[in-house]
Design a protein around this ligand. Structure first.
Ligand SMILES: Nc1nc2c(ncn2[C@@H]2O[C@H](COP(=O)(O)OP(=O)(O)OP(=O)(O)O)[C@@H](O)[C@H]2O)c(=O)[nH]1
Ligand SMILES: [Mg+2]
Length: 301
């Protein structure tokens, strides 16, 4: 299945939701004020957000005028282009010169960090990388067991310690093990934390420091995992996390569970942090690398 088709499948609920109205709008007629008003309403309904929606509408108005497009059906392509332009981020960073590549997953409780760690492990394993998962959530015994099960399924190594131990110590062990074993990619799971809890954000900073001391430049990718079904709350979370540890990219999970998939557009526009992956299900294969044009096409084409 092509990436567009997979995005479409993951967006099934949005397709039944706000995207249905948008699809109908583009089917025929003139590009009049009524059209723009209805489009604005639908985009906001789909969690694209007021600010981002107004920006998109403005660009669509300008671009259709410039190209002398007056029919709604021809404006669809232009809106796809504008959304794609808004979504396109910098190309993926190359791997560090020295192994391993260290990825750290952070986010609020239940956003999908542990599942995403496993999905990422699976992605790297499937191209032949040696992967080490780090059970950095030492709060709950169940969290460690959950990652153990996933590590087995994804055929990745795992480093864990007793529940209650210092997560920084787990990362210290893990990085040393990764070096000794010639691991290609280290993927760190962390405990869910509310962005408003100062001590927990301090713990995150410490993990970040410990990793950086062991391997300069690491963690190479700090990825913030956001549950797409929480809508615009995710934007406030992201700003706080970014203050504690600079976030390199976003992973939006549970896109399959929302009828308002427009959040992807809003989040990238407002945060200026690229969406790297989107989660569209609970299985190992359900993490898709983000592609702006394919995603925009899946939304509207
Ligand atoms: N439908 C769907 N469910 C998902 C997705 N990603 C994660 N989940 C589910 O969301 C729930 C929480 O996922 P976890 O990976 O445990 O979340 P977490 O961030 O590690 O949670 P804490 O460790 O408690 O903070 C699980 O039931 C996952 O199966 C997704 O992309 N789509
Ligand atoms: Mg977890």
């Amino acid at each position: 299945m092509s990436l567009v088709a997979r995005f479409k499948a993951g967006l099934a609920r949005s397709k039944e939701g706000f995207l249905r109205g948008i699809d109908l709008l583009f089917r025929g007629g003139e590009l009049d004020d009524e059209f723009y008003e209805a489009l604005e309403e639908s985009l906001i309904l789909g969690d694209v957000g007021v600010e981002t929606t107004l920006k998109l509408i403005e660009r669509l108005r300008l671009e259709t005028k410039r190209r002398k497009v007056t029919e709604r059906s021809r404006a669809r392509e232009i809106l796809i282009e504008e959304i794609a332009a808004m979504l396109s981020g910098p190309a993926e960073q190359p791997r560090p010169a020295e192994k391993p590549l260290v990825i750290l997953l952070i986010g609020v409780n239940g956003s999908g960090k542990t599942t995403t760690a496993a999905k990422l492990a699976h992605r790297y394993r499937s191209v032949g990388d040696r992967v080490l998962l780090v059970a950095g959530d030492t709060f709950r015994a169940a969290a460690i067991e959950q990652l153990q099960i996933w590590a087995k399924r994804a055929d990745a190594d795992l480093i864990s310690q007793q529940p209650g131990s210092d997560p920084s110590a787990v990362f210290y062990d893990a990085l040393n093990a990764a070096r000794a074993r010639q691991t290609d990619v280290v993927i760190g799971d962390t405990a869910g934390r509310l962005h408003t809890r100062v001590n927990l954000m301090e713990e995150l900073k410490k993990i970040n420091r410990v990793i950086g001391r062991l391997q300069p430049g690491a963690p190479h990718r700090v990825l913030l995992v956001i549950d797409a079904t929480t809508g615009h709350n995710g934007i406030a979370q992201a700003a706080h996390f970014n203050e504690a540890v600079p976030v390199d990219g976003l992973i939006l999970t549970k896109l399959d569970g929302t009828a308002r998939g427009g959040i992807v557009v809003a989040i990238q526009d407002l945060l200026k942090v690229p969406v790297c992956y989107v989660g569209m299900g609970e299985q190992l294969e359900d993490l898709l690398p983000f592609d702006a044009l394919d995603f925009a096409n899946a939304l509207l084409a």
